[in-house]
Design a protein around this ligand. Sequence first.
Ligand SMILES: [Zn+2]
Length: 104
Amino acid sequence: MDIYHAIMKEWYWFVIVGAIVSMAFTPTFLKAKCPKCKKRNLRTVDLDQQTRVGIQDREKRAYLTFFRCNSCGARLMRELTAPYEDASDSRWNAAFERALVTIA
Ligand SMILES: [Zn+2]
């Protein structure tokens, strides 16, 4: 009975560690799902330092990430893990004009 409990304890930790590891690596394996067309085709838009700082200063939001959907062309952004927000407004043009430079 003691051995059984010891094994269960090991599995418990194995499952927890496995869950944490898979959560950490999931975004690199799965492309994010576009909230507009529901296809997994969102690409992160990388900003150069100047553009990033400019947007941060203007918006007072330090952790914005920008996305473009390769299927429907939607422009999106989100703050950390918050829900996606529409970024089609022209005020975000500075971020997306750089999209051609990056995209992985
Ligand atoms: Zn889309």
